[in-house]
Design a protein around this ligand. Sequence first.
Ligand code: NAP
Length: 246
Amino acid sequence: MKVDLTGKTALVTGASRGIGEAIARRLAESGAHVLCAARTKARVAEVAAAISNSGFRATGVVLDITGPDVRERVKALLAEQPIDILVNNAGITEDDLFIRMKPEAWNDVIRTNLDSAFHITQEVVKKMIRARWGRVINISSVVGLMGNAGQTNYAASKAALIGFTKALALEIGSRNVTVNAVAPGFIATAMTDMMTAEAREALENRIALKRLGTPDDVAWSVAFLASEQAGYITGTVLNVSGGLYT
Ligand code: NAP
């Protein structure tokens, strides 16, 4: 199956590296004009330039999804072009055992991983509803489904994103806007690079496919959910964990 997103514009948050960068590239290679958003100006410019230099369409956008002006920034983007595909990908971890977790670590993670999806999605779906076409794809995590010691804040944010996905899907399905979540397992990115070799090996042994995922494994599932062919799929969670959690 060829995913053809020609004529569509996609906003991908957290596109300066890792999974978001791979999603941006995959959507652009499928024909979309991709707005690659993150805080690091030089990196979003580099990612967009690399995609453009390969013959596809991308624009770097500096956007702090926790900034007080996030809604205004998204409105400004929407004034320049429609956003047909929204990928809420940017996310952080601030791990600690629950009894030691500082309120700041709780609040940072919830604000970045969950509150931002509320603000950005609310602005973007208004226009999708008017256009009678849209795709919202929230990057959750299997940790939101199965839990993980040391990640109560992160697991809560990712589980909440799934509830958000399902409820919003019910509200706006009649307007031909689909809302789905992707739940990656452990993917080899900066977020997992900090693991020791022993921790990584122990983890690989728990995965049915015996390897960490790649950012492109996740990007392909996002491209599918963004496609015309996935138009009858909404309110689902696509588990991309190599069988870490089934
Ligand atoms: P990563 O390599 O750490 O990248 C995170 C991205 O989010 C970066 O582009 C970062 O860019 C951006 N970001 C962070 N805070 C931001 C903010 N306030 N405003 C705008 N952008 C912000 O992470 P990743 O591994 O690619 O993860 C991407 C998503 O997948 C996250 O939601 C994560 O929870 C989820 N996930 C990852 C894994 C995994 O194993 N890696 C597994 C399951 C789910 P700047 O720093 O330039 O802003």
